[in-house]
Design a protein around this ligand. Structure first.
Ligand code: RP5
Length: 167
């Protein structure tokens, strides 16, 4: 069955706080645009570690095929979730109040060898691209979804070709 037509979520979008939503909504919007069954929830690494582990441990058996995890500051969430599941984890550094998300980026990207977190750009571009990568993972076994992803790329190409500059 096509992942896009599954009734149960195949992509999980989690974030450390509701304050991350402004950024992480861009991942959810992209998943919605492609009609990918997904779930979105707050899972805080340091405020609800037991729930974080339970989420990661059950992810694969619940049918999740990718987890997009966004967090800011000392952003442990993506790495700790990745430590507890072999479902691919896509980390989104959320801009932080004092260090503009550079702390988030370095926290997420510098995983020691053996437990990978695919790390994206700081902010909404990272969130949207994490969703596009999750879609590409699903498209590897879903020809219909692959065609729609190709069409999405083609629309961007055409938009760039149509760009004009002031005379
Ligand atoms: C992290 O701390 C969250 O991911 C968020 O980016 C940051 C601030 O959280 P709040 O204080 O806004 O809840 O855990």
């Amino acid at each position: 069955m096509s992942a896009a037509s599954s009734a149960t979520p195949v992509v999980g979008v989690i974030m450390g706080s509701s304050s991350d939503w402004d950024v992480m909504q861009h991942a959810v919007a992209m998943l919605k645009e492609f009609g990918i069954p997904h779930e979105a929830k707050v899972i805080s690494a340091h405020r609800m570690p037991d729930q974080m582990f339970a989420y990661a441990e059950s992810a694969r058996s619940r049918g999740l095929r990718a987890i997009i995890a966004g967090a800011g500051g000392a952003a442990h969430l993506p790495g700790m979730v990745a430590a507890k599941t072999i479902v691919p984890v896509l980390g989104v550094p959320v801009p932080s109040k004092y260090l503009r998300g550079e702390d988030s980026l370095l926290s997420i990207v510098q995983m020691p060898k053996g437990i990978p977190v695919s790390t994206f750009a700081i902010g909404e571009a990272g969130a949207a691209n994490a969703a596009l990568t999750a879609i590409a993972i699903l498209a590897a076994t879903d020809d219909q979804l692959a065609e729609r992803l190709q069409a999405f790329r083609a629309r961007q190409t055409q938009a760039a070709l149509d760009m004009t500059l002031p005379a």
